[in-house]
Design a protein around this ligand. Structure first.
Ligand code: SF4
Length: 501
């Protein structure tokens, strides 16, 4: 196609002002994935009489077709934005021929939308119908979101009954190597060998400054999640030191969940697993991502499928009875058959939970070319996700939390399945944002969740610096930020009072 012909088929979007309103931007962002993000035409509002229901001034055009977006003035601002999003989505579907599996649903928490529908009095069947009819989600996604939300309900009720329950997250931002697709604050540990001891000392100080204040406010630490990074990337003696710090600072008795990311099988040893069991770790993640050795090499994992199996058996032998395994759908060069083979080998191990991620190409510049090509085969990723759902069901698992990210292949999602009883309350609450979380270490994000009217939660955040160097220089400031968050947000009142129902 010539340049002139290409221009002819471009989509244009006009709006009043310099930038499109955020909800409008979100709606067209859905089509970024298939290369159809419109050309933006700022300050080009349509005349008021251009459409029947009052004109929003926003329009979309392709070739000789131009569509005006109504203002939906009588609907109230929130609903008007939803309706405009839906309208934009429908027009973009017509212009591109592309339909997102989640329809016009945007945002990272589909189950949260379902939870609010259920709270408004809808039955699960009605919620499925609403997702299909209003949000234009596919039947498969609508059912998945509602099933996930229903499986979360008893955890959400528990939090409503015990608003004093909080979570603690500890970030260890080191890994054996950096995976090609990584979007976490993680660094190859080889480059930071000399900094690890200092990092642990400062982490201990940060915990020691904040945890007593958390307790003094009448809060109860329900779960402790140690992630990063890969905490098991530490040397055995450093790993033991980390566990001692956690046991002393947080106290692991009485925790409902003590989760440990041991994502990289090449970082796992019998001694580390034994130390983790002794410290009270209840749930561990060993992440194959794929059981295809060629793909593992391509994505920079530097371990084999056989090492994953060995690490899994070591963990079982050490006595872990809640082992999660992560896989990624949409890895470069993989077909649904490759993915099915990965699922088969994982099923043979009989893990307790399976977390299925859709590849996100956010920062992996090297991956983008391949990923773009894969995007043209959206149905491939979708097919993989359908296979994983069947495999999880055959392993006796149920979906218990899910989330979406920007730039996910095919606008899909990440879902975690588990055997009933092996749910991770930490992950459920972090997605629902109904529980306060205090985060320590580089890259940690603390969130104070304060219940508001109508079961909504107001979230106040405190960010730790992301880089190891900054953390080594400023960890004291990170502790102060959290203490300020605690006191300023509550105006000096006792948190249990602020959280009372
Ligand atoms: S193991 Fe996870 S945190 Fe570490 S580099 Fe790979 S994707 Fe990033």
């Amino acid at each position: 196609m010539s340049g002139a012909e290409e221009r002819e088929h471009l989509i244009y979007m006009g709006f009043p002002g310099e930038r499109p309103p955020y909800h409008v931007y979100e709606a067209v962002q859905i089509f970024n994935d298939c290369g159809a993000f419109p050309v933006l035409v700022p300050n080009s509002a349509s005349p008021q009489d251009a459409c029947g229901d009052g004109c929003s001034g926003i329009w979309l055009a392709k070739d000789s077709v131009r569509a005006e977006i109504p203002a939906f003035e009588t609907a109230g601002e929130k609903m008007a934005h939803k309706l405009q999003k839906r309208e934009i989505y429908k027009i973009m579907c017509q212009f591109t021929g592309y339909h997102s599996p989640w329809g016009c649903m945007t945002g990272v928490r589909p189950a949260k939308i379902v939870n609010s529908l259920l709270r408004s009095g809808m039955t699960p069947d009605e919620a499925v119908r609403e997702l299909k009819a209003f949000y234009l989600a596919s039947p498969e996604k609508a059912e998945l979101a509602v099933e996930t939300a229903c499986n979360q309900e008893r955890f959400l009720q528990q939090q409503r009954r015990h608003p004093e329950n909080v979570a603690v997250y500890v970030g260890i931002p080191f890994c054996p190597t950096r995976c090609l697709y990584c979007s976490f604050p993680s660094h190859p540990i080889g480059k930071y060998v000399k900094s690890v001891d200092r990092y642990l000392t400062l982490l201990e100080q940060e915990l020691g400054s904040v945890i007593p204040a958390v307790r003094n406010h009448g809060l109860r630490i329900e779960s402790l999640y140690v992630g990063g990074g890969t905490p098991t990337a530490l040397e055995e003696d450093q790993f033991r030191t980390l566990l001692n710090i956690l046991v002393n600072a947080v106290g692991t008795e009485g925790l409902t969940e003590f989760s440990l990311e041991a994502g990289r099988p090449d970082s796992i040893t019998a001694a580390k697993l034994e130390a983790a069991r002794e410290a009270g770790v209840t749930r561990i993640s060993i992440n194959p991502q794929t059981m295809n050795n060629d793909t593992l090499e391509l994505i920079g994992r530097r371990h084999t499928a056989e090492e994953t199996e060995r690490a899994f058996f070591l963990a079982r032998t050490a006595g872990f009875c809640n082992i999660n395994m992560d896989v990624i759908a949409g890895l470069p060069g993989e077909s649904p058959e490759d993915f099915a083979e990965t699922l088969n080998r994982i099923a043979g191990l009989r893990p307790d939970a399976l977390t299925v991620h859709t590849l996100s190409v956010k920062r992996a510049a090297d991956l983008k070319r391949d990923a773009r090509a894969a995007m043209l085969r959206h149905d491939v990723t979708g097919k993989m996700l359908s296979l994983s759902r069947i495999a999880a069901r055959e392993m006796g698992m149920i979906p218990f939390y899910m989330y979406r990210q920007k730039n996910m292949l095919g606008n899909h999602e990440n879902v975690s399945y588990c055997r009933p009883g092996c749910e991770s309350p930490y992950n459920i609450h972090i997605m629902e944002e109904d529980q306060t979380i205090f985060a320590f270490g580089a890259g940690g994000v603390s969130k104070l969740s304060v219940p508001g009217p109508n079961a909504e939660h107001n979230i106040l955040r405190s960010f730790n610096v992301k880089s190891v160097e900054d953390y080594l220089a400023r960890s004291g400031e990170m502790a102060e930020r959290k203490l300020r968050l605690l006191s300023a947000s509550l105006d000096g009142r006792d948190l249990t009072g602020a959280f009372s129902l």
